[in-house]
Design a protein around this ligand. Structure first.
Ligand SMILES: Cc1cc2nc3c(=O)[nH]c(=O)nc-3n(C[C@H](O)[C@H](O)[C@H](O)COP(=O)(O)OP(=O)(O)OC[C@H]3O[C@@H](n4cnc5c(N)ncnc54)[C@H](O)[C@@H]3O)c2cc1C
Length: 434
């Protein structure tokens, strides 16, 4: 197999790039490789985990997008590459019963974009890998959802007195960044409708105990203090216990321990305390940093490897203003647009872009359940930021996801229909726990 441009990883950055390039360059020029068949917008995974978003409604089929947007889709996991020969390897795909669906494949490329996202960084905490769930992929979120259902059913049975009267369940979330805060709030939101699934005996605020542990002196530490304060207040109103300055030292099957000797009971534990690049990247022979991210220059090209680019969470990029680019969906989106321009220039016979990529921070919004959002928006002048909270902030939060749908689906008509379906889904109190 061969393609002019091969993009590996169809997430926030890679899928947008594949769709836009496929549409502009036409069939046969662009290939997307992904280890999954469906795309789910990663910032929605806490909703999938809590059961408030139906993964089957949310997922976009890569194969259908390839057909509509004019790129080729290759299903499988990239495992190796030979930068000299401009070739990469995609592993064989097996069905659940072990039968091989697709063999191992070799793909030759003219230009390669690596956009494979990130995975958890456990910082060597004993038991973290074995005893926690992370929200890196749809399978993780689904695993969380099913385990939550099992624990809720168990807690309901315990309430009936069938199991010796033990009461309720404990969920511990490690990491008070955006993912941890959003998940905690979403879980509380989901718990208000458990009764609809027959869990009538549970008194959710008392029986589903949620604890958020953060190592820094405040949650959402990279955001302005006012945002942290507002988020803390909203979590408190939702009966979510927040412990700051808490250094987790070990995680066991049913409990979490911290450096001060405190013990937190945990029927379920979530790791949301840090990310790193997928491990296979460090074996590709490309320059990587301590967190395994591929080092790129200001034009997003891998340092010293012409024709190979990296974007999104897996790229270590110092932008044109000398600032490190954070691992965020808005960065992946901007970098996809930057490379789109680079490739279109080259395709039209012009030089690639003169100016390097500069990250534009439009602010950070953190969803606290389905009704409200807090955060700060950056002004374009003098780098000032504005505190925002409430329903309007919620609408702005959703707009990032809507822009992604628009970028992927392309035409205004399809985009509008997708947005309408999206809004209906988001305003319907859907809870999926079966
Ligand atoms: C719960 C949660 C909430 C978040 N909220 C926000 C938010 O509000 N705002 C924000 O800006 N950011 C948010 N983020 C971060 C944001 O999701 C990421 O920064 C963004 O998705 C990164 O985009 P990406 O394209 O680099 O990778 P991803 O979107 O993670 O996509 C990576 C893709 O690569 C594929 N892949 C991985 N390995 C391979 C391989 N070996 N071969 C082939 N394919 C592979 C995966 O299947 C996936 O499709 C959130 C993240 C989480 C988990």
């Amino acid at each position: 197999m061969r393609s002019e441009i091969v993009i590996v990883g169809g997430g926030a950055g890679g899928l947008e790039l594949a769709c836009k390039l496929g549409r502009k360059l036409g069939p046969g020029k662009v290939m997307l490789v992904d280890s999954r068949l469906y795309h789910v917008w990663k910032p929605s995974l806490h909703e999938v985990a809590a059961g408030t978003l139906d993964i089957h409604q949310e997922g976009l089929s890569y194969q259908m997008l390839a057909h509509d947007r004019g790129f080729t889709f290759v299903y499988g996991e990239m495992t190796a590459m030979d930068a000299g020969a401009k070739r990469l390897t995609v592993a064989a795909v097996s069905a659940g019963d072990g039968e091989e669906v697709l063999p191992e494949r070799s793909i030759e490329y003219g230009a390669l974009v690596i956009s494979v996202g990130s995975t958890s960084n456990y910082f060597g905490v004993p038991g973290a890998r074995e005893n926690t769930i992370s929200l890196n992929a749809t399978e993780d979120a689904e695993r969380f959802r099913l385990r939550l259902l099992r624990l809720l059913a168990q807690a309901e049975r315990d309430k009936e007195g069938a199991n010796g009267g033990r009461s309720g369940m404990d969920i511990v979330i490690i990491g008070g960044g955006a993912t941890g805060v959003e998940l905690a709030a979403e879980l509380r939101e989901a718990s208000s409708v458990y009764a609809a699934y027959g869990f009538n005996r549970l008194q959710v605020q008392r029986d589903v105990r949620i604890t958020l542990l953060e190592g820094a002196p405040r949650i959402l530490a990279p955001l302005p203090e006012k945002v942290s304060g507002a988020a803390l207040r909203l979590l408190d109103q939702r009966a979510i216990r927040v412990v700051t300055d808490c250094r987790v030292t070990a995680i066991e099957k049913q409990q979490v321990l911290d450096k001060d000797g405190n013990v937190y009971p945990a029927d379920m534990c979530v790791w949301a305390a840090g990310i790193r690049a997928p491990e296979f990247l460090s074996a590709l022979g490309l320059p990587t940093n301590k967190g395994g991210q591929i080092e790129v220059d200001g034009h997003l090209q891998v340092k010293g490897v012409p024709g190979v680019y990296a974007i999104g969470d897996c790229a270590a990029c110092i932008d044109g203003k000398g600032k490190p680019v954070p691992p965020r969906a808005q960065a992946a989106h901007q970098q996809a647009d930057f490379l789109l321009k680079t490739f279109m220039n080259v395709a039209s016979g012009y030089p690639a872009q003169k100016n390097p990529y500069v990250y534009r921070d439009y602010g950070s919004l953190v969803s606290i359940g389905h009704q409200t959002t807090v955060g700060s928006l950056m002004g374009s002048l003098k780098g000032l930021s504005w505190f925002v909270e409430g329903f309007m902030a919620r609408i702005m939060y959703l707009s990032l996801h809507l822009m992604h749908h628009q970028a992927v689906l392309g035409s205004v008509r399809t985009g509008v229909m997708a947005v309408a379906r999206f809004l209906i889904r988001r305003t319907t109190p859907l809870v999926k726990l079966h």
